[in-house]
Write a protein that binds this ligand. Structure first.
Ligand code: FES
Length: 114
């Protein structure tokens, strides 16, 4: 069953920007790549830093701590062919001026992270 939840407004995430969102004890990174929105697990698989707080270079986010790079669109870890370090992606849709992501749980409480 589809479970899309509102995570922020379109204007909250400018082109080339990102926002961390907490929902049901999970942090998601919401990214705006050239006007298209993407959602990935915010937690870097290396040591847990926020990817939304990373350095965004087009479709790539580079973790601020040890500089691992991930594709924002696919979640792929880009520095080596090690799929175990890929980050999960989530479907995103825009409804009016709301950004919604599809999550697994029935999370309803949201808190802005940054
Ligand atoms: S915590 Fe992200 S690369 Fe180390």
């Amino acid at each position: 069953m589809s479970n899309f939840i509102n995570v922020c407004k379109v204007e909250d995430v400018p082109i080339g920007g990102a926002k961390m969102i907490f929902a049901d004890e999970v942090t998601y990174g919401i990214f705006n790549v050239a006007g298209e929105f993407f959602a990935i697990d915010d937690r870097c698989p290396h040591a847990g830093a926020s990817l939304a707080c990373g350095i965004i270079e087009g479709e790539v986010v580079r973790c601020r701590i040890h500089h691992w790079r991930f594709c924002i669109k696919t979640g792929t870890y880009l520095d080596e062919a090690k799929p175990r370090f890929n980050v999960r992606t989530y479907p995103v849709r825009i409804v009016g001026d709301d950004v919604q992501i599809e999550i697994d749980s029935d999370a309803v409480l949201l808190t802005d992270g940054i």
